[in-house]
Design a protein around this ligand. Structure first.
Ligand code: ADP
Length: 486
């Protein structure tokens, strides 16, 4: 026990010496203590919580080397550069190295010159590299972005599945630690099983990011909304996430034509242009980044003041991770989701275009959950935290667009009765669009053929716009009065 206390005291000194921080954050201290005690660990902590330090500091106190598996090449370089800057011997091994650099790194590694080596998961199955691993004195394997091992996560990478096997074939089994910001039960179970974590210490730190303001806005003109927002906050750095490359180009052109200092990033650009764009944004040459979800993982920019979603993402995991890139410095930041019903359709198409071999029910369920998030009138923060399995100790956070809404509550009991009775009379067999048409009293062949124009509820909401009727139906779905099955 004493020895453990000594090791931990050393850790605190290292935190100050190398990183300049006086104290560990929530979660870091526990994880580090358990790692130092030789235990496997699973750390589930939101973006910005400080997961890297959880394995970097123990790595410094161990005799041998720590292998960090990380999916992103740009992240590795940044991390290794900053470790080297403060005097921690580290390197990375991935496809960006030249043959010479690779051989040099291997040579140095085999002479025990590094405390930390970052590797891309694809490397692990390379025989040459595996032979190196076999001669190294490996104290710990740290797996970053561990949700990539799970098909239930939002970023499945098949090569992550090989990690357990590689570890199994090492001379001595090192401590295995895994880190992620994805907290659903399925993903958690999958990480533990797929990585063969042995009786791991598991910590889920609170997911609440108190400094983030959450909003869902339904606006007529999304581009104008964004332009206004940027003009009103002319010194703030922010990200605009779009669902498609085309949207990125479109929003980017619009902002640039309006004189905004803006960068763009998506998978269709050359690597050189993407790197340039990313650097411009990270080093504050541009204020705004318009990007697809290809941008952001591993970007260490702490002063992002807003993240606006031009389109609704496919699930809340993606949303919370992307929105969570704001406010990492702890200062206030805004996360705004611009919701339109068209985004539901886009996401459904994307799901249907996915692998036809697999059942898409989980994806549909997740999509419904984020649509409910966009439609609820309750506290958005509470909704998110409950989604991730927390039991919030509040009903209203007073820091989201629903809690702070000045919109008067309207009584929709009578409207709800009309809708529910119409659904009943249509024998609960039809979707939102047709129910809406019947309530509106539309004159279509389908309605005539099915004799829905004879129902007493036909046209009872003819004075409402279709959008309003759909909005009320969506609200009833989000509040679980009705369910829509596919
Ligand atoms: P994550 O991987 O969880 O998203 P990072 O490891 O990138 O988060 O850390 C986010 C930021 O928090 C970094 O700028 C890091 O230097 C800072 N940080 C980490 N631990 C501490 C600490 N104990 N005190 C102050 N800042 C910290």
């Amino acid at each position: 026990m004493n020895e453990l206390n000594n090791l931990f005291a050393t850790s605190k000194a290292l935190l100050k010496k190398y990183f300049g921080y006086d104290s560990f954050r929530t979660g870091q201290e526990e994880i580090i203590k358990h790692i130092l005690n030789g235990e496997d660990c699973l750390g589930i902590m939101p973006t910005g919580a400080g997961k890297s330090i959880c394995y970097q500091i123990p790595a410094m106190t161990f005799d041998g080397v720590t292998i960090v598996v990380s999916p992103l090449i740009s992240l590795m370089k940044d991390q290794v550069d900053s470790l080297n800057d403060v005097g921690i011997p580290a390197t990375y091994i991935n496809s960006s190295l030249s043959e010479f650099e690779y051989m040099q790194a291997i040579e140095n590694a085999s002479r025990g010159m590094y405390k930390i080596i970052y590797v891309a998961p694809e490397r692990l199955i390379n025989e040459n590299f595996f032979n190196l691993l076999k001669v190294l004195n490996i104290s710990m394997f740290a797996i970053d972005e561990a949700h990539c091992v799970s098909q239930w996560g939002h970023d499945f990478r098949p090569s992550y599945k090989e990690i357990a096997n590689v570890i199994l074939n090492l001379k001595n089994r090192p401590i295995v630690t895994a880190f992620t910001a994805t907290a659903t039960e399925l993903v958690k179970e999958d990480i533990i099983n797929s990585l063969h974590l042995s009786n791991p210490f598991i910590i889920t730190t609170g997911f609440d990011r108190k400094n983030l303001y959450f909003a869902v806005n339904t606006v007529d003109n999304k581009k104008e909304f964004i332009l206004d927002y940027i003009k009103q906050n002319p010194t703030q750095s922010g990200i605009i996430y779009c669902a498609t490359r085309k949207n990125v180009e479109n929003v980017y052109d619009f902002l640039e034509n309006n004189g905004i200092l803006v960068s763009k990033y998506h998978g269709g650009m050359t690597e050189k242009n993407r790197t340039q764009s990313q650097n411009d944004f990270v080093y504050d040459k541009t204020l705004v980044m318009v990007a697809t979800n290809a941008f952001g993982m591993g970007i260490d920019k702490s002063n992002i003041r807003f993240v606006i979603h031009f389109n609704m993402p496919k699930d809340l995991e993606s949303y919370y991770q992307e929105a969570g890139r704001s406010g990492r410095d702890g200062d206030e930041a805004k996360c705004i989701l611009l919701f339109s019903r068209a985004d539901i359709v886009t996401n459904r198409v994307l799901i249907e275009q996915g692998n036809p071999e697999i059942n898409h029910s989980t994806e549909y369920k997740k999509l419904n959950d984020i649509v409910d998030y966009c439609n609820t009138d309750k506290c958005l923060r509470k909704y998110i935290l409950e989604y991730f399995g927390e039991i919030p100790l509040f009903d209203k956070c007073n820091n989201c667009s629903n809690c702070n809404s000045e919109i008067e509550l309207t009584n929709i009991t009578v409207d709800a009765q009309k809708i529910l009775s119409c659904i009943k009379r249509m024998h609960e067999r039809f979707g939102v669009a047709l129910v809406c048409d019947v309530l509106k009293g539309a004159k279509s062949a389908k309605i005539k053929n099915m004799h829905f124009d004879k129902l007493s509820t036909y046209g009872v909401m003819k004075d409402y716009s279709k959008d309003t009727i759909k909005e009320i139906i969506s609200f009833l779905i989000s509040e679980n009065y009705i369910t829509s099955y596919r």
